[in-house]
Design a protein around this ligand. Structure first.
Ligand code: BGC
Length: 349
């Protein structure tokens, strides 16, 4: 086939793509793509585990598609200004799409303006911006999960444990005295998980009494310090510790281990995420249960979406809601089904 003919075929194809057809030929012409990622904090356990999966899926996709995928993953070190600069530089370096784990989910404007002005789509993930901000431009997407679902499932785990295990009600008053370890103030998962977990316990017929709460910013060490203080303050009264994520649940367990309280008298501890260490704690019966935040599913959907965007490919197989959102379901994890999750198989019913 002569050069001229090829060029014409390409031109025809582009016209057809605009009209909604000829996608496979168009995809074939893309041999090389560049995907940028910026994380709010690379030391966040859930996100670092999710990124390991993302990198692995990218390698698999490269193998399967024969398209070279250049990944550049940056750490914004909890600074929105740094992250804005990173997105600018990723766009300048020619990224076809940038995946953004916002530092401040209320401050996406600089990034969405950069995206629109340079015509580079953005996939926000894990830290959800408000719906109006996602509507600001057509090529803005969000990959994550439904915060209320995780809170509901955590509340179910706690309610079932309290109802099934009389010893949890240490003072035998029929009321569950609890404390909450909250993630960052302002994060959708802190606000919503806290509210839904407790409301669900009440809906499931457990009377509750909140003794206190502490903000531990998703962080294990902070949760340990704050739990130690609450153990002293509420001296033997805490029956349940509801943590907004596994790392904070593990911090609470660290504090319990360091205390004089014998294990059989520990309050129940529930978490969310199903991180490697979180699953170990469920396995060791240190945690009553956790709620699996499907990092494999989120990593895979984000990679598939980024790939489709960067190759001008079809988004047909991507479970987009309203053309913008991908949300993976959460799952309860207890002693009864822990094996399914220990194998890192991803979403399992
Ligand atoms: C996870 C937390 C994580 C946070 C970071 C949440 O969805 O459950 O473990 O620290 O996202 O944004």
């Amino acid at each position: 086939m002569g050069r001229k003919y090829l060029a014409l075929a390409g031109a025809l194809c582009i016209v057809a793509v605009t009209a909604g057809g000829c996608k496979s030929s168009e995809e074939e012409t893309v041999k090389n793509i560049k995907i940028g990622v910026t994380l709010y904090d690379q030391y966040d356990t859930f996100l670092s585990e999710m990124m390991t999966e993302f990198t692995e899926y990218a390698a698999d996709k490269e193998e399967e598609s024969k398209v070279t995928i250049n990944l550049e993953i940056l750490d914004a070190s909890k600074s929105q200004l740094t992250q804005n600069e990173q997105v600018k530089s990723l766009i300048e370096k020619g990224c076809n799409v940038v995946c953004v784990n916002l530092v401040d989910r209320t401050e996406p404007t600089t990034i969405t303006d950069l995206a629109e002005n340079n015509n580079v789509p953005i996939i926000f993930f894990n830290r959800e911006l408000v719906a109006e901000d996602l509507e600001r431009w057509k090529d803005l997407y969000y990959v994550g999960a439904d915060a209320s679902e995780s809170g509901t499932l955590e509340g179910e785990l706690a309610a079932d444990a309290f109802k099934e295990n009389a010893a949890m009600d240490k003072n035998s008053d029929g009321i569950c005295q609890y404390v909450v370890l909250e993630g960052e103030a302002g994060h959708q998962d802190s606000i919503v998980r806290t509210e839904y977990s407790v409301n669900t316990m009440v809906e499931k017929g457990v009377e509750t009494e909140k003794l206190g709460y502490a903000i531990a910013n998703w962080n294990r060490a902070q949760a340990q310090t704050k739990t130690a203080a609450m153990l002293t303050q509420f001296n033997g009264k805490i029956e349940l510790i509801i943590a907004n994520n596994d790392d904070m649940a593990l911090g609470a367990i660290d504090a319990l281990k360091a205390s004089q309280i014998p294990k059989e008298e520990w309050p129940g501890v529930v978490g969310i995420d199903g991180t490697d260490a979180g699953l170990d704690a469920v396995r060791n019966e240190e945690m009553l249960g956790t709620v699996y935040n499907d990092k494999e599913g989120q990593a895979q959907e984000m990679l598939n979406l980024a790939f489709a965007i960067a190759t001008n490919g079809t988004k047909e197989n991507i479970p987009l809601i309203d053309g913008k959102y991908v949300r993976t379901p959460y799952h309860k994890v207890t002693q009864d089904n822990i094996e399914d999750y220990e194998n890192k198989q991803g979403a399992v019913d």
